[in-house]
Design a protein around this ligand. Structure first.
Ligand SMILES: NC(=O)c1ccc[n+]([C@@H]2O[C@H](COP(=O)([O-])OP(=O)(O)OC[C@H]3O[C@@H](n4cnc5c(N)ncnc54)[C@H](O)[C@@H]3O)[C@@H](O)[C@H]2O)c1
Ligand SMILES: [Zn+2]
Ligand SMILES: [Zn+2]
Length: 367
């Protein structure tokens, strides 16, 4: 079939919205008609050429939600008409990692996905007979996508798909960092560095876990206002004095849980140093620049602080994205304030500009 898609032709250049070919879903694959897709930093990161594993041409986009239009042979996990969230982090349910409760990093299709292929090593996207590679296994800056069934989370019928799209990456990453990676305990003190989509999700996740004190740190007063709306009890402007301030407000000890959602390595260090002696856990979600490293004085670790990273918030997508969406439907999560702009596919480059200028939290493409 022919469809419109936003193609990354050349790094550092605007995406080109154009007609491309999408082949039928093969065995284990599903054709999804996109209804909504958020514009996330990783799309811009790849488009800019900064991502060392990036490639072109490719159809970007990974924060998608839509409706199953057609299923390939042997598909049993979803059926036509199902409403789904796309998962760049799939859940096969069978690999060593999927059967362990300790990680969400499914091993089933990692290698081919990283190369821009579907699991069988080929692509469904093309143009004039020439292959176009998939991006993050999703390629959702397009009217349709073909994806493996293990990379689709079926969400309740009553869930609005524009809101659901945010659960495909940023929001679930933040929520999950607090709920599944750190497993914040009730009554604890948390510090969240960064109040973008990921940090705000972590604030909401910490609240859902029953944290008593949630300090959110950011440079933007508008974003700190949003953090208060998600349950932050304290909001501070970031800067070099934040660690001292955390210690000062916690009897010199530090916070039970800290979260880093900025992608800035100096802030990652602050998040480590703000964690409590004895048991403080620092969870890093931000993606740093190529070649950057985090400086940690070993004494911080020896004295009981722990550091961990979190990809997609540790969320096992097919099982847990629907549960998170259900919490939204139950009224436990206020998702609407995160949708700052609604744009059309043709305006995807404007979505990048808005993100670059930190104008709003998320632009959502409405197909
Ligand atoms: N681990 C994952 O699976 C995953 C998924 C999605 C995004 N990410 C990454 O998470 C990070 C956050 O994503 P986002 O969409 O929320 O980004 P964002 O750019 O919208 O938010 C980052 C925030 O950090 C704030 N900030 C800047 N300097 C600061 C400082 N010194 N102290 C405190 N805050 C400061 C900014 O004001 C901004 O609000 C990015 O690095 C992104 O690439 C990771
Ligand atoms: Zn993303
Ligand atoms: Zn797996």
């Amino acid at each position: 079939m022919k469809m419109r898609a936003a193609v990354l032709e050349e790094f550092g250049q605007p995406l080109v919205v154009q007609e491309v070919e999408l082949a039928e879903p093969k065995e284990g694959e599903v054709l999804v008609r996109l209804e909504a897709c958020g514009v996330c930093h990783t799309d811009l990161y790849t488009a800019s050429g900064a991502d060392p594993s990036g490639y072109a041409p490719t159809v970007l986009g990974h924060e998608g939600a839509g409706i199953v239009e057609k299923v390939g042979r042997g598909v049993s996990l979803v059926r036509e008409g199902d409403r789904v969230v796309t998962l760049f982090s799939p859940q096969c349910g069978e690999c060593e990692h999927c059967i362990s409760p300790r990680t969400n990093l499914c091993l089933a299709i990692r290698e081919e996905q990283g190369k821009g292929h579907l699991p069988d090593g080929t692509t469904r996207l093309s143009r004039g007979g020439e292959d176009i590679r998939h991006f993050m296994g999703t390629s959702t800056f397009a009217e349709y996508t073909v994806m493996p069934e293990i990379a689709l989370a079926k969400v309740p019928e009553e869930a609005p798909l524009d809101r659901c799209a945010l659960f495909a990456c940023g929001l679930s990453t933040g929520l999950g960092a607090a709920m599944f990676t750190a497993k914040v305990e009730a009554g604890s003190t948390c510090v969240v560095f960064g109040a973008g989509m990921v940090g705000l999700g972590a604030v909401a996740g910490a609240r859902l876990q029953g944290a008593e004190r949630i300090i959110c740190v950011d440079m933007s007063e508008d974003r700190l206002e949003l953090a208060r709306g998600q349950g932050a009890t304290d909001t501070w402007t970031g800067g070099p004095d934040v660690v001292e301030r955390v210690l000062g407000e916690t009897g010199g000890m530090g916070a039970d849980y800290t979260f880093e959602a900025t992608g800035i390595v100096a802030v990652m260090r602050q998040a480590v140093e703000s964690a409590r002696m004895g048991w403080g856990l620092c969870t890093i979600a931000g993606v740093a620049g190529k070649g950057e490293t985090v400086d940690i004085v070993p004494r911080y670790l020896i004295t009981g602080r722990r550091v961990c990273g979190s990809s997609f918030g540790g969320v096992k997508g097919r099982d847990q994205v629907p549960q998170l969406v259900q919490r939204y439907l139950d009224g436990d999560l206020d998702v609407d304030p995160f949708i700052s702009h609604r744009i059309k596919l043709d305006d995807v480059n404007h979505g990048f500009e808005l993100m670059h200028n930190q104008d709003g939290i998320r632009s959502v493409i409405d197909f």
